[in-house]
Design a protein around this ligand. Sequence first.
Ligand code: GDP
Ligand code: MN
Length: 396
Amino acid sequence: MNIHEFQAKYLLGERGVPVPRGYVTRSAVEARRAAERLGGSAWVVKAQVHAGGRGKAGGVQVVHDLDALERYAGGLLGRSLVTAQTDARGQPVGAVLVEEGLEIARELYLGLLVDRARERVVCIASAAGGMEIEEIAARDPQQLITVVIHPAAGLQPYQARQIAFALGLGGRQIGELTQLLTALYALFIAYDLSLVEINPLVVTADGRLLALDAKVTVDDNALGVGRQPQLTEMRDVTQEDAVEVEAAEHQLNYITLDGNIGCMVNGAGLAMATMDVIKLHGAEPANFLDVGGGTSAERVAEAFKIILSSPKVAGILVNIFGGIVRCDLIAEGIIRAVQEVEVKVPVVVRLEGTRSEEGKQLLAQSGLALTPASDLADAAARIVAAVAAPRDGVAG
Ligand code: GDP
Ligand code: MN
């Protein structure tokens, strides 16, 4: 789960990481008042969305008078912001952060993340901050420095100094960066984070170090089990995929994908295999969906509705291997769902395992236009052909 920049900065500030002074606001008038309270003659208005690339997309603006600030904030609030990191619909802007405008001398990059191959938290830093770090990593990896942190030892002062030198810092900035990094690493561990990214970390004209932007991602496994109540409170579902949020409420592991073949599968491994076989037959899955091991007819019905809620789904492949789950219960769920929601797309069903014969019989007797398949390859071939065929020739 991601949190907003203003929330991330609050967490950083709490631990003594310097951040610009600012207020989060939800109306243009409030934004103006925030600027008045901050004082000075330059402010930055920043759209609060769970996506980066706002600067290039018009979501971050430096302004020098209050009327312009109010206009700009009003223009952002209630709209959607499309950036290189969002989809074509963009992310809704429900709040803007108004901060003191700073005179920036240098923009640096600093990130902490879990390196799964190394099984360590690593710190990545670059003197070339501000821009897309992925671009730099691809074009000029020399500009990145990676420091591996040992889980038992934690971040060592010599490592912080190594990073400070690589960033071209000197004098008292070396000590400041050491403090900042130590706090950042403590935060990373305390909140079960998988990513903290400060891009840019700036050196101001008067030589101060500040986190000008902050991105924080928390490991989803730490949420919902009571480990991170403060972060759980920070959830903003308006920034998340609506279908994925709905699916999570029904304990379904659902991820939206780009293709047009909806998949309903039990077990994450089988779901992966199903997606592979769909691709092998030349089509693309519309989603990943694992309905779980001990699933019920109700949950299958919910899963069906969730798959169908996406207008791009042109066909559905149901692939169930009954181990713990009984295929006849799955069949009941499918029948219930197809009766409750109008299914206008072809549905191919492969049922195998516990009570699969009973399940197949229920489907055959239901009188619904469901296409049975003998195995996974057969099922994939049938659904891909059905989706490719003209509408009235399908579902037979
Ligand atoms: P992102 O594009 O979504 O990553 O948003 P950022 O928070 O990183 O802001 C984008 C850019 O806006 C930064 O790289 C800065 O160049 C600029 N910016 C942000 N805040 C200030 C500020 O206080 N003063 C100045 N001069 N520029 C700023
Ligand atoms: Mn940024």
